[in-house]
Design a protein around this ligand. Structure first.
Ligand code: ADP
Length: 347
């Protein structure tokens, strides 16, 4: 038993039995995860990594094969269906395809979980109105889902998920069916849900820009396991695992690819180094002053500086000209407080 967060998974596995010809699949494999109250926690991974299974385990839609799950102080493993129903009221959920009832009005969609929970009519009406105002759809209560845009449908989904005042909202690819502008609006709304209503959000996605725009913490999943996790800033500015690096490179393009390097080398015959800059570590100024003081000619040939909620990081690739005996000691000094990668030679 642990009291480390609002959601805690200890050595959790979920094995699906073998289909007639195939082998059993460990969709989640001995996973440990702690999510603190008030966080926006992103789980990213390619299709089949096990993300949705984690979501279904957290809201008790499926039992774990082994391990222990605690959600908002309640044991999820080994409890009765009646207790699980209570737990599910504590966890709202939104989906990629919105999952609204097309034959019900917006008002009745949002009221649905309150009906299920047996909330009295007057309270339910008040709550529905409050939630529709919160998501900016106060004037759409009588509309039907098919009369709404995708972004509006997801707003209804969010209002419905929040109607029973859950402490946790699970968002499963919630913006994957939306265009970029609508995605941005929905992500902004989710940030308000977190900041103004104090709801802990777990967002599952295969899109790293969703993590960048929304999450405070991130876990990278691969084959049922978490291969890397941490603060969004740390994982973006210094991804350690190959799959994290691949996800980060879909959003941050400040490191030259092999193809870019080939072109750069043609134009710059000297030594090329890529230096990383992270807030609180190396400053560009220090690096440039050290190079200049050692009489090394340098030119900035590739790179960028990124911002994650006001914290900056980036990579700059420099072409250096000068004798090895002056360049090497300077690079060694810079390497004490920054990642320096020489990219002159292939590989
Ligand atoms: P993701 O959400 O990251 O795409 P899933 O959690 O949906 O991944 O799936 C993880 C693995 O578990 C996949 O190999 C998938 O085929 C398998 N899986 C998921 N649900 C079931 C199920 N109900 N029965 C059998 N295998 C499943």
């Amino acid at each position: 038993m642990t009291d480390s967060g609002i959601i805690s998974l200890r050595n959790v596995s979920k094995v699906y039995p073998a289909a007639r010809s195939g082998r059993a699949v460990a969709a989640v494999d001995n996973l440990n995860l702690d999510i603190a109250t008030g966080e926006i926690f992103g789980i990213i991974g390619y299709s089949g990594a096990g993300k949705s299974t984690v979501a279904r385990l957290i809201n008790a839609l499926e039992p774990a094969s082994s391990g222990e799950i605690v959600v908002d102080g309640r044991q999820v493993t080994g409890v009765s269906e009646r207790q699980l129903r209570k737990l599910r009221l504590d966890v709202g959920m939104i989906f990629q395809q919105f999952n609204l009832f097309n034959s019900k009005t917006v008002r009745n969609n949002v009221a649905f979980p309150l009906r299920v929970a047996g909330t009295n009519r007057a309270d339910a009406e008040r709550r529905v109105e409050e939630m529709l105002r919160f998501v900016g759809l106060g004037d759409k209560a009588g509309a039907f889902p098919e009369q709404l845009s995708g972004g509006q449908k997801q707003r209804v989904g969010i209002a419905r998920a929040l109607a029973s005042s859950p402490r946790i909202l699970l968002a499963d690819e919630a913006t994957s069916a939306l265009d970029p502008e609508t995605t941005y609006e929905v992500l902004e709304l989710l940030q308000r849900v977190n900041a103004e209503l104090g709801v802990t959000i777990v967002t599952i996605t295969h899109e790293m820009d969703v993590i960048k725009a929304l999450a405070t913490k991130v876990a990278v999943m691969e084959q049922g396991c978490i291969v890397e996790q941490g603060d969004v800033f740390d994982v973006f500015s210094r991804p350690r695992q190959a799959s994290s690096q691949r996800f980060v490179s879909t959003v941050i393009r400040d490191i030259p690819s092999d193809k870019d390097l080939e072109l750069l080398r043609r134009r710059h015959p000297g030594r090329l180094v890529t230096v990383s800059f992270r807030e609180g570590e190396a400053s560009q100024n220090e690096v440039f002053v050290q190079l200049a003081n050692a009489g090394i000619n340098f030119e900035l040939i590739y790179g960028g500086i990124n911002d994650i909620r006001g914290r900056t990081f980036g990579h700059l690739t420099l072409a250096l000209e000068g004798p090895a005996e002056s360049i090497d000691p300077v690079l060694a000094r810079i390497a004490q407080y920054s990642d320096v990668k020489e990219v002159t030679t292939r590989g």
